[in-house]
Design a binder for this molecule. Structure first.
Ligand SMILES: NC(=O)c1ccc[n+]([C@@H]2O[C@H](COP(=O)([O-])OP(=O)(O)OC[C@H]3O[C@@H](n4cnc5c(N)ncnc54)[C@H](O)[C@@H]3O)[C@@H](O)[C@H]2O)c1
Length: 434
């Protein structure tokens, strides 16, 4: 199959590389010349484990290439995937479809024969029909179909998620388009990974419902964690105890500083907006959005308490600022709420993050970046473990305690146990929900 992939961000690049690894001929397009230059030079512009090697392998095999020229990529393609961003629109929480619609019009004008125009970006229910109209505006007599193929990969584990998905969802309304999609995903269906075919609206809704459900699950355990702190329960034991129930499942039950990232915040807001537009308020999702904000502020209060009520001139060492480990993505990370609050209250904040500095420098003004936790901890009053990178999971706690002026830890990911931290010489430890 010949595939054009429009947009080479986290989703487009991973999907394009993985499709080429399936044996398809893939041309990836981006409108950002710097990105295309780097990709052509064999550099991956994002941090995603395993991506650079897989990309190099498929470029070498002649199945994968990169271009700024959308028309060149679309000409002769069996399927054109739209994987551009759909950020939150300013003001109303709606998904901003500007990039999707402009890509659709460009694609229409570039079609040279029948192709399926597939939306991989997360888009509100009804968008694929609008994409069909936009493509038709410029496609003239060239026949095409649209398909919805939302993506469920997680940054940091994106290749494995793409290659071994729980399911692939395809919304499609013609047999011809279904056949193209089946051919594209045959390498997965042959290995018994399920491909769910449904209509366009259901496919679009599956993506929002899945993300809202997961955001709800995280927020639920975070709220339970707050109650655990008051009643003497340990949220880790509670998560384990409820997660063993097959109806609940153990995943997404880790208490922490609130969800962030490029998907949950914007997709929950967009779902709430879709509900309002159809006069069916998404009351649970709206509450989740509000509670998640409160959780981040509860973390700030925890830090203030640990510092004796005053942050001014306290030296605080923050470990991890990306929204989760194994990614350089800072979008909507809890750190973007928590760290500025500390800086704003007069704390001297030092940050260590294995991949976050590139993005984070502009987003977190007023902090000092350090190379490793031990350097950052020198003379510090508090360590805040905010993102559980592997590098922070086996810290030499005694060494840290010796370096700090006041060895105290806010472990917002529950990586450590209170007893081991205190035994290592810390004077205070706070986890989440324990
Ligand atoms: N990041 C994730 O983990 C994830 C997971 C599942 C779904 N999604 C969804 O996938 C979509 C893409 O997300 P992302 O994180 O990859 O976005 P991103 O911002 O990282 O990448 C989007 C890319 O599209 C390019 N682009 C925009 N308009 C273009 C055009 N007309 N022609 C060519 N290139 C164009 C941009 O330059 C950018 O490189 C979003 O809808 C998102 O919600 C993301």
């Amino acid at each position: 199959m010949k595939i054009a992939m429009i947009g080479t961000g986290y989703v487009g690049l991973v999907s394009g590389v993985c499709f080429s690894d399936f044996g398809h001929e893939v041309v990836c397009v981006d409108k950002d010349p710097a990105k295309i230059d780097r990709l052509r030079a064999g550099e991956v512009p994002i941090f995603e484990p395993g991506l650079e090697d897989l990309m190099a392998k498929n470029v070498k095999a002649g199945r994968l290439s990169f271009t700024l020229d959308l028309a060149e990529a679309v000409a002769g393609a069996d399927a054109v995937f739209i994987a551009v961003g759909t950020p939150t629109r300013r003001g109303d929480g709606h998904a901003d479809l500007t990039y999707v619609m402009s890509a659709a019009r460009e694609i229409g004008a570039a079609l040279t024969g029948y192709a399926v125009v597939v939306t991989k970006s997360t888009v509100p229910v009804g968008t694929n029909r609008k994409v069909a109209e936009a493509v038709a505006e410029t496609a003239g007599d060239t026949p095409f179909d649209v398909a919805s193929n939302p993506e469920f990969l997680r940054e940091g584990a994106a290749i494995d998620d793409f290659m071994r998905p729980d399911r692939v969802v395809v919304g499609v309304e013609s047999e011809r388009a279904k056949k193209v999609m089946a051919d594209i995903y045959r390498p997965l269906s042959l290995r018994e990974f399920p491909v769910v075919y449904t209509n366009l609206e259901s496919a679009e809704m599956i993506k929002y419902a899945a993300n809202a459900f997961l955001a709800t699950k995280i927020t639920f355990i975070n709220e339970i964690a707050a109650l655990c702190e008051r009643v003497g329960a340990d949220v880790k034991a509670v998560s384990k105890g409820i997660g063993m129930d097959g109806r609940i499942g153990a995943k997404f039950l880790h208490a922490g500083p609130g969800y962030g990232g490029s998907c949950f915040p914007k997709d929950t807001k967009a779902l709430a907006r879709i509900g309002q537009e159809h006069a069916v308020p998404m009351q649970i999702t709206e509450t989740v959005i509000r509670v998640n904000e409160e959780i981040k502020h509860r973390m700030i209060a925890k830090i203030v308490d640990l510092c004796g009520g005053v942050l001014r001139d306290k030296v605080i060492c923050v470990l991890g600022v990306t929204f989760k480990p194994n990614t350089d993505d800072m979008r909507e990370a809890p750190s973007l709420t928590i760290v500025p609050a500390l800086v704003g209250a007069g704390a001297k904040v030092r940050v260590v993050d294995p991949q976050g500095r590139h993005e984070g420098e502009a987003l977190l003004p007023g902090v000092k970046w350090a190379e490793n936790p031990y350097g950052a901890a020198q003379g510090a009053d508090l360590i805040v473990l905010l993102t559980e990178w592997n590098e922070f999971r086996a810290l030499d706690l005694q060494k840290l305690a010796r370096k700090m002026a006041h060895p105290r830890m806010a472990d917002l990911r529950n990586v450590y146990d209170r007893d081991e931290v205190l035994e290592a010489g810390f004077e205070a430890y706070e986890g989440v929900g324990r």
